[in-house]
Design a protein around this ligand. Structure first.
Ligand code: ATP
Ligand code: MG
Length: 660
């Protein structure tokens, strides 16, 4: 083995497929396969013409661009719509107010306590943003300044982001579940001038202090001059004289004047956002104004088929890219109604998401496989007591969705009718890259379908040569797209080496995938997680999906462990559904199950039952930690700051020791 022949082996071939629904297609943005084929052809023939047309159709520009695209893969440097001017906030709010949507609901906020609901029309949301934009200005924030935002899922979060965009400041949102130390690193990295935070986070009925983390972080952040604090929970907090101010005091006595949106260059920074940190130290991904907004508006319109009367809910936290692009910028750029939820899926009980769907008659619902698997574990009965008939589309993002989880979502939430759109993308890509479109694509459970129009993705070997159908390799993108990252903040060398060095003229995603004979993409996992058993290189997703396909299994993670003969053997961590018992008999059954599902080579050497898996705070499995535990290297886990629940590590080590 070796050379360009060294591909990643695929063993699983899902055969089920689901044609697109007819009902709803009459008014869809892309009404069927023929219309879709035409659009793809157009985009492939003239990508710049395609994106220019989309940018004009979707956004209001203060002045038009000089060039659609300037691309230099070598430096690397990419500019979209250079010379064009626009403001992201004006595109998300003002223009909708001006065009008669002022009274339409822009944002529905459901707090964790059932009675905490706030709804904002486009006009109201604009007013709130204007008020806060003036506060920022008054505190010395101007165009190009960075603002760190460390807030729970409350309306002040999108208001603060849009206020930054309005005055041309760059927001850097840090997920409120991160520690003081993680916050500090991120503030230091971008040298923010202001920190916006809250007294506390409300989560699963508890109050978790947040301002104290802010204080601790600011002990070593000389760039921060002011800290603005939202009163979310009524917690008594220490206010630092001269530095800290309450949000409600800052906006009180507003004089009612406007704060006209700053006309920004298309390539001016809109925000910085750090990746989830599943594989290592998070990267400060930089997105700019014109390309990002075009791309998020475009993908929201085509993938979710947003219509004027839709109530659209993405369950992500705005602290992640999914929330940036698909709670905030995409839906608001289109003038849609977007739902924002403060709580968690399992509190007070596992029907909370469905209760929110019922309450607001949500039509489009976008969540993550980790949520689906957690709810699968609790059983389908929780989906049955709520009225889910308003739903018409379901989406998934964040990890590969195992075919069995896809089927569960489709059957129990979608009542066997609704399309499940598996959307593959990354913080770096700004928006969805590979996905079905609901009324034009035949779905295959476990596949993200095809690249969207204007996206040229491929699977290549380590020499950058296409591997051809049904062989696994590196997932790359071969042409620039408007939503692509423009830099790693303050670290152009890392920008180049991570994404553009290995394969000249291509963007390297870091994921492995295969393409089937119909051009459908199947994500196989992260390249860092590939397991090498006796010279066979195996992705994690297929083996995990085979495990999840067993009725007893809710979730599974596989890693390679050192093995004298095979080089590596497969070590599987398995979480059972709540009604099944952990025992040796089941271990045997599961090994046999994988063997018959996908073959002897993929049979786990060891199965450890694990009530919890190490996940990032955005819900992704961190296999690098599991790899260390499997190899008994339990003294150096590397950067664990992005880990959601550090106590699972000790439990897993105990579990391993019990196995002997
Ligand atoms: P880091 O880059 O710091 O390790 P991360 O990759 O987890 O963190 P994100 O940008 O939040 O940070 O996640 C993008 C990754 O999530 C993708 O590269 C892919 O591995 C995974 N992913 C997202 N959506 C899908 C999907 N639909 N199918 C399979 N994998 C997905
Ligand atoms: Mg990544």
């Amino acid at each position: 083995m070796g050379g360009s022949d060294e591909h990643i082996e695929s063993m699983m071939h899902e055969r089920r497929h689901f044609p697109p629904p007819r009902h709803g297609s009459e008014r869809a943005h892309i009404p069927g396969p023929e219309a879709y084929d035409d659009l793809r052809d157009q985009a492939a023939r003239d990508p710049e013409g395609f994106w220019a047309e989309r940018a004009k159709a979707l956004l209001d520009w203060d002045s038009e661009w000089d060039t659609v695209l300037e691309a230099d893969w070598e430096t690397p440097e990419f500019k979209w719509f250079a010379g064009g001017k626009l403001n992201a906030c004006a595109n998300c709010l003002d223009r909708h107010v001006a065009s008669g949507r002022g009274e339409k609901t822009a944002l529905i906020w459901q707090g964790e306590p059932e009675d905490d609901v706030r709804q904002f029309t486009y006009a109201e949301l604009r007013d709130e943003v204007v008020k806060f934009a003036k506060v920022l200005k008054k505190w010395g924030v101007g165009k190009g300044d960075r603002v760190a935002v460390y807030l729970p899922m409350i309306p002040e979060l999108p208001i603060a982001m849009l206020a930054c965009a309005r005055i041309g400041a760059v927001h850097s949102v840090v997920f409120a579940g991160f520690s003081a130390h993680s916050l500090q690193n991120r503030i230091q990295d971008c040298e923010a001038k202001v920190l916006i935070t809250a007294d506390a986070v409300i989560r699963a009925g508890k109050q978790i202090p947040l301002k104290t983390n802010g204080d601790e972080a600011l002990e070593a952040c000389p760039s921060v001059e002011h800290c603005i604090v939202v009163n979310r929970a009524g917690l008594d907090v220490a206010m630092h004289e001269g530095r800290d101010v309450w949000w409600h005091d800052a906006v009180a006595g507003d004089d009612g004047t406007d704060c006209p949106p700053e006309s920004m260059d298309a390539e001016d920074l809109l925000f910085i956002l750090y990746t989830s940190g599943s594989t290592g130290k998070p990267k400060g991904v930089v997105h700019t104004t014109g390309g990002y907004l075009t791309y998020t508006a475009q993908t929201t319109q085509w993938v979710f088929d947003i219509q004027e009367d839709d109530v659209y809910w993405c369950t992500a936290d705005i602290g992640w890219i999914t929330g940036h692009s698909y709670i905030l910028y995409g839906p608001l750029a289109l003038g849609a109604t977007t739902v924002m939820f403060e709580g968690v899926p399992s509190y007070p009980q596992p029907d909370r998401f469905w209760q929110v769907v019922e309450k607001f008659k949500v039509t489009i619902f976008y969540t993550a496989p980790t949520v689906i698997r957690a709810l699968m574990r609790e059983g389908p009965q929780w989906t049955e007591t709520r009225d889910l008939s308003s739903l018409r589309l379901l989406g998934s993002v964040g990890e590969p969705i195992n075919p069995e989880a896809w089927m569960w979502y489709h059957d129990h939430v979608g009542k066997g009718e609704l399309p499940v759109l598996d959307t593959w993308w990354q913080t770096e890509t700004g928006g969805i890259m590979i996905s079905a479109v609901p009324y034009a694509t035949t779905l295959k459970p476990g596949s993200a379908s095809q690249p969207l129009p204007g996206i040229e993705a491929d699977i290549v070997d380590r020499d950058g040569e296409p591997v051809g159908p049904n062989r696994g390799g590196h997932l790359v993108v071969k042409t620039p797209w408007p939503g692509m990252l423009r830099n790693v903040y303050g670290d152009p060398a890392r920008y180049k080496s991570t994404y553009f060095e290995r394969f000249p003229g291509m963007y390297e995603s870091g994921d492995s995938a295969r393409m089937d004979e119909e051009g459908y993409f199947w994500i196989m996992g992260r390249l860092d997680d590939v397991i090498n058993v006796s010279g066979h290189r195996l992705g994690t997703a297929e083996i995990e999906s085979a495990l999840v396909a067993h009725e007893a299994v809710a979730e599974a993670a596989v890693v390679g462990m050192p093995h004298e003969v095979k080089g590596q053997a497969i070590y599987a961590y398995v979480t059972l559904k709540s009604t099944f018992q952990e025992n040796d008999e089941l271990r045997k059954v599961l090994r046999q199950h994988v063997r018959t599902e996908i073959g002897a080579i993929a049979t786990p050497e060891i199965i450890q039952f694990a009530p919890g898996l190490p996940k990032t705070r955005s819900g992704k499995i961190m296999r690098r930690i599991l790899r260390k535990i499997a190899a008994d290297e339990t003294n150096a886990f590397g950067d664990t700051s992005t880990l959601a629940d550090p106590t699972v590590i000790a439990d897993l080590i105990d579990g391993k020791n019990l196995l002997g």
